[in-house]
Design a binder for this molecule. Structure first.
Ligand code: DC
Length: 228
């Protein structure tokens, strides 16, 4: 195989909500100079679009049609800063981050045809020099051939605390106990669904980030790529 035939490397970072995947994936992608896929944002965008269209989220056929027709664009500002998520022409960057949208994303994510419809979009992010892919099934399904796989986890209490801090900083009204309940409900649904359930790939390095500072988690994840 010539050098140019080598597949673009992927670092799959999977884990439950609030495990720190978002922050860690962003920092690791910047450090490596690789592209970044926030696959949760895609599921959130579809959940948002379905909600805006008044679609019953348990109507698999209608949600699948909505998935196939929703236009999702990631726009990175030229001056750096947060990537904007444009859904059918509307900047929904903040709206998709609400817990309501997270729950909608988790609900539509159980529909096999929705997951299938999103595969190509996710795989289109695999571009040289490499991709850091953040999600639930990056290492098990979407990029099952990824040479590097990490599964980040943390206790539900710690994940709820992190989410609380994040949402408070955005000025959103939330309580810790509600967040903990929502996180546990979402974990349960994500881990028990029939298609692409949340679970570590057999070849993933598992990192429990409970009580671990961000820079230490980043160092552990970078070591997976750099020591290979
Ligand atoms: O990572 P997140 O919290 O933004 O994801 C929101 C929901 O989207 C999550 O609860 C389940 C779903 N999801 C998924 O099923 N598969 C992915 N690869 C990413 C997210």
């Amino acid at each position: 195989m010539s050098k140019s035939d080598k597949p673009v490397p992927v670092l799959a970072i999977d884990g439950p909500s609030g495990s720190g995947k978002g922050t860690i994936s962003r920092v690791v992608a910047e450090t490596l100079g690789w592209h970044l896929l926030d696959s949760g944002a895609i599921y959130r965008a579809v959940g948002y679009a379905a909600g805006m269209a008044g679609i019953d989220l348990s109507d698999a056929a209608a949600v699948t049609r909505c998935t196939e027709t929703t236009k999702i664009v990631f726009r990175a500002p030229k001056d750096g800063g947060e990537t904007h998520v444009i859904v059918n022409g509307h900047d929904a960057t903040d709206e998709i981050r609400t817990e309501t949208c997270g729950a909608a994303a988790s609900a539509i994510a159980v529909i096999p045809a929705v997951r299938a419809a999103l595969l190509d979009k996710q795989r289109s992010f695999r571009k040289a020099p490499g991709l850091v892919a953040d999600g639930r099934d990056m290492g098990t399904v979407v990029f099952a051939d990824a040479p590097y796989k990490v599964f980040l986890t943390a206790s539900a209490e710690e994940r709820a605390r992190r989410r609380y801090k994040q949402l408070k900083e955005k000025g959103l009204a939330v309580t810790l106990s509600t967040l903990l309940r929502e996180i546990e409900a979402r974990d349960e649904r994500d881990a028990t669904r029939k298609v692409a359930p949340l679970r570590p790939a057999t070849d993933a390095v598992i990192v429990d980030t409970t009580g671990m500072p961000v820079d230490e988690v980043v160092a552990r994840v970078l070591a997976v790529v750099q020591s290979a």
